[in-house]
Write a protein that binds this ligand. Structure first.
Ligand code: PLZ
Length: 444
């Protein structure tokens, strides 16, 4: 089967078999006997092409993509600019290892991130491969700079699957169960969860700060790290004023304030970074996912004095800042800017919000509609209560998948359906996808 990917793919939902189709099922059987069981899949269709707002599987089904490979393909899948940049780069050279013999692409990405990330202070950037690796390095740098060891993380947080970042992640199943022991000196404190705690941002921050002071005190604390909107934890956006209050406390106490913008970054929320909404300026920021149109790249960007604290040779990695990923990142970032995709994210957010606000009037199982831009979620609850409706949530995602719409779930209680469409999706396709989710809700 020859299918050309990218935005030239027909932008339609088209099912020619049941999902998963026979060829996907064959692939799943091969997967089960070749790939470790721990590597699960949300929807067992085998993809052969993707672009715009669709994923095409090996059986010829065209599915609506409301997940972007977990907030990665903001510029779309197989974006022409990314394909061209990567193609040109692989023809020049594929690898040298930047810390052996450097190249311009890495430096250009660092310059761009220094310019785009919140704050106009002098900055430095170091590049890595994955979000977890960026978080690990942000902690490493903060400890080196402060000569302190403690790290504060939050309820409902997600930071990755390596040993340190597993320990920093809140939820046990599936991320941590049986995989310990975890790295020491990680302390968990309450976050702001307006739907469930009903607190103002400053009030929630006062409770959090009290916990930090009681549990370890500023003298032992190297860094506080938080996602500006918690992703895997349920798209929890803290109440206004929470982030600025935590940041102010960190700054007053010589604690490095780190924002994990791995999921929220790069136009996804309707701003270049989610921190921009409240004018929060982190000391360090971690980025990945949407940075390079699907190629593996991540970064730590922050205050020059902190970033430059680590000695030469203290940071790096064989593939960190691969020339191919850097070429993709430069093309990706240019595409966000040229196509004004942050504005598009805001429009997408409005379509999703309006759609479910309407539905909520007649279905009180839609407990909360929240998020920003093209990072929106619905928290489902049992009718007449705020009890998490995890089984309903799973059933909705499953039915939507069977109907050709890829949606992801999340949340500490497993009761959140999240929407992370590519910013290149059409309104028509988006609405069709939402209607399939609404139909699945009505049927369950
Ligand atoms: N920080 C805020 O959202 C990755 C997890 C997918 P990596 N989230 C998706 C899964 O089930 O493995 C994430 C994140 C935030 C860090 C990470 C980690 O990024 O690129 O997956 O390592």
């Amino acid at each position: 089967m020859s299918v050309i990917g990218g935005p030239s793919l027909p932008q339609e939902r088209k099912l020619v078999t049941s999902i998963p189709g026979p060829k996907s099922q064959e692939m799943l059987a091969r997967k089960n006997s070749a790939v470790a069981a721990g590597v699960g899949v949300a929807l067992p269709v085998s993809i052969v092409a993707a672009g715009g707002g669709v994923l095409v599987d090996v059986d010829g089904n065209s599915l609506i993509d409301l997940g972007s490979g977990i907030a990665v393909t903001g510029v779309g899948n197989a974006s022409p600019a990314v394909v061209a940049a990567v193609t040109e780069q692989v023809q020049q050279f594929t690898h040298t290892c930047f810390t052996v013999t450097p190249y311009e692409g890495y430096i250009a990405v660092a310059e761009k991130l220094n310019e785009l990330t919140p704050g106009d202070h002098e900055k430095r950037t170091a590049l890595f491969n994955s979000g977890a690796e960026a978080v690990e390095n942000a902690v490493k740098i903060a400890r080196h700079y402060t000569k302190k060891t403690g790290v504060v993380v939050f309820d409902h947080s997600y930071h990755g699957r390596t040993n340190l970042t597993m320990g920093m992640t809140a939820k046990n199943m599936p991320y941590k169960d049986g995989f310990g022991p975890f790295a020491p000196e990680v302390y968990r404190v309450p976050t702001s969860y307006p739907y469930r705690d009903g607190l103002s941002g400053p009030d929630a921050a006062a409770i959090t700060i009290d916990q930090i002071e009681k549990q370890l005190g500023a003298t032992n604390l190297a860094a506080i790290i938080i996602e500006p909107i918690q992703g895997e934890g349920g798209f929890i956006a803290p109440a206004e004023g929470f982030l600025p209050a935590i940041q102010a406390w960190a700054t007053a106490n010589d604690v490095v304030f780190i924002l994990d913008e791995v999921q929220t970054g790069f136009a996804r929320t309707g701003n270049t970074f989610a921190a921009d909404f409240e004018g929060v300026v982190p000391d360090l920021v971690t980025t990945a996912k949407g940075i390079a149109g699907g190629l593996p790249l991540s970064a730590v960007t922050g205050r020059a004095a902190i970033m430059d604290s680590a000695h030469s040779g203290g940071l790096g990695g064989t593939y960190a800042g691969s020339p191919i990923a850097c070429a993709a990142a430069l093309a990706t970032i240019e595409t966000y800017e040229k196509e004004n995709l942050a504005e598009r994210a805001t429009e997408i957010g409005k379509v999703i919000t309006d759609f479910f606000t309407d539905l909520q009037k007649t279905d009180d199982r839609i407990g909360d509609i929240r998020g920003r831009g093209a990072m929106m979620a619905i928290e489902f609850v049992e009718s007449g209560s705020k009890d998490p409706a995890a089984a309903l949530t799973g059933a909705i995602a499953k039915q939507a998948g069977a109907e050709g719409v890829v949606v992801l779930t999340c949340g500490t209680y497993g009761n959140v359906v999240r929407f992370l469409p590519p910013l290149t999706i059409s309104d028509e396709l988006l609405r069709e996808g939402l209607q399939v989710v609404a139909d699945a809700l009505a049927a369950n």
